[in-house]
Design a protein around this ligand. Structure first.
Ligand code: ZN
Length: 130
């Protein structure tokens, strides 16, 4: 018997991504449930981005050099920072700013490169959807 089907393991995101690729649900902070994005305001994008492990903002700014974290591939893409309901930014880490919750400052929940003013990414795995 060779059954490679893995029940329970699924990358099906149809409950989060609409047919036109937008977020079906509101995107909120995992910790304090502060609203980050309204439904339909962001587009699903696959891009490999490295995000340091979740911690308070102060720890992020000091995180030069070796950092533990995750390479994440599923993100909500936004081309204008005013699309966000609430979001905070870390100090620059090189040419990168990480996005954090505006209220509790936990993060990073997302990624922004200073070289491209029109791209902001929120990692699906770092937020809740309601
Ligand atoms: Zn929060």
């Amino acid at each position: 018997m060779d059954n490679s089907q893995q029940p329970g393991e699924s990358t099906d995101r149809s409950d989060l991504v609409s047919e036109d690729g937008k977020n079906v649900k509101s995107v909120i902070c995992q910790c304090c449930e502060s609203k980050v994005l309204s439904p339909g305001s962001a587009v699903f994008a696959e891009k490999e981005l490295f995000l340091p492990s979740m911690r308070k903002k102060n720890g992020l700014s000091n995180a030069e050099g070796s950092v533990d974290g995750d390479t994440l591939t599923g993100h909500w893409f936004v081309d204008d920072m005013f699309t966000f309901e609430n979001v905070g930014f870390t100090n620059n880490v090189g040419s990168i700013k990480y996005l954090v919750c505006a209220d509790c400052e936990i993060g990073p929940i997302g990624w922004h490169c200073l070289d491209d003013k029109k791209s902001f990414f929120i990692a699906l795995e770092r937020v809740k959807h309601v």
